[in-house]
Design a protein around this ligand. Structure first.
Ligand SMILES: C[S@@+](CC[C@H](N)C(=O)[O-])C[C@H]1O[C@@H](n2cnc3c(N)ncnc32)[C@H](O)[C@@H]1O
Length: 353
């Protein structure tokens, strides 16, 4: 037997990776469609099921459905047993969407048709500079979610899942106890501010647009937040940010905006804060050349950044240095950077001069 030359071995490895990348969209779509059909919920609630039962319950054609379920079994999302019986797995149980916010909501948000259509505009947008989502759907992602009940619900829950995923690691790593009142700007349903208030005993303010903030009271109650511990204020960051907090947190918020809009938001933050106030920017940061490309929880910020850039005008996320320079141009000074054991890091800024 002759040994495979090194360059051929590496070419084979490279080809394997390219095949995998090329077909990654198939995995995404199968994952998404099974969530839409409620198959993860069904298997989690009722245990393993035959193909014919799943097809009947989901009103789908069994032969066509089988291709999707088999593919999901081949990548470990489901388990296929003899006689076309499918059983739940750890992954499918994580995808369940009928017991509160889950990674299944994030998958449905990222893979729904309005987002998918935006990808068709990626090449064109590289020439024109337009936001692909806006080009494909005639409106921004926030307006779109506001106008569509299903998409709005899925978006809000996707964000809540993402917060729940990283909050404990953040609260272990970053001490909010020195602040009297913390305001989460663009805080969604309030998972982050609820965690801060409960762990550190400070007062909280949740600031978001009305349709999102409307879902917060029920969510905060579920999180065991005492009545009165968090004020919910609605409005538009581009118009005015409420006063009353000595720290503003913004998680995955500034990253949705280009530098010009981000500067307007930072200007309004500055007006809302006292002179000793702080902004705590919470984000995954795109790594510089010499930094690891994958966050401890497996998320690759440089990959995720393309998704954000397709969906919103956010400049493809930013590196820590880019954020620092953006904040410095707006009159803030970097005080500290705190990494956590998830994709989330904190950059704390004070008001300069
Ligand atoms: C990407 S989500 C992040 C939510 C939350 N911070 C998190 O990490 O889960 C952005 C949030 O900003 C809110 N938002 C968007 N435009 C806004 C505006 N002009 N004023 C206030 N909030 C806004 C959205 O409703 C949404 O809840």
């Amino acid at each position: 037997m002759t040994a495979t030359p090194t360059h051929q071995a590496s070419e084979l490895e490279a080809k394997k990776q390219l095949f995998d990348m090329m077909l990654a969209f198939v995995k995404s779509q199968c994952l998404y469609v099974a969530a839409r059909l409620g198959i993860y919920n069904l298997l989690s609630d009722q245990g393993e099921q035959s193909l014919s039962t799943i097809a009947k319950t989901t009103q789908t054609d069994p032969e066509r459905l089988y291709f999707v379920l088999r593919a999901l079994a081949h990548v470990g999302v489901l388990e296929e047993k003899p006689d076309r019986v499918f059983a739940p797995t750890v992954m499918s149980n994580l995808m369940v969407t009928n017991r509160g916010a889950s990674i299944g909501h994030l998958a449905m948000h990222l893979l729904e048709p309005a987002q998918w259509n935006a990808w068709n505009m990626l090449e064109e947008s590289l020439h024109t500079g337009e936001v692909p989502f806006e080009r494909a759907n005639g409106q921004g992602v926030y307006e779109f979610c506001q106008g569509d009940d299903w998409s709005g619900d899925v978006f809000i829950k996707a964000m809540s899942f993402f917060t729940a995923h990283s909050i404990e690691a953040l609260l272990d790593a970053y001490d909010f106890s020195r602040f009297k009142t913390v305001m989460d700007v663009g805080g969604g349903q309030g998972g982050l501010i609820a965690g801060i208030v409960k762990r550190f005993g400070c007062k909280g303010i949740l600031f978001d647009v009305p349709y999102v903030a409307a879902t917060a009271p029920a969510y905060l109650e579920q999180q065991g937040v005492e009545a009165g511990a968090i004020d919910i204020i609605t409005g538009d960051v581009f118009v005015e940010i409420p006063t009353g907090a000595d720290a503003i947190v913004m998680k995955y918020f500034i990253s949705a905006w280009n530098d010009e809009d981000a500067a307007k938001i930072l200007h309004n933050c500055k007006k809302a804060l006292p002179p000793h106030g702080r902004i705590v920017l919470l984000q995954a940061f795109v790594p510089d050349l010499d930094e690891p490309k994958t966050a401890p929880d497996g998320i690759m910020p440089g990959i995720f950044a393309v998704q954000i850039n397709v969906a919103v005008p956010g400049g493809g996320w930013r590196t820590k240095k880019q954020f620092q320079s953006l904040f410095e141009q707006c009159g803030f000074r970097l005080e500290q950077v705190v990494d956590t054991t998830t994709n989330l890091s904190a950059m704390e800024f004070s008001i300069a001069g």
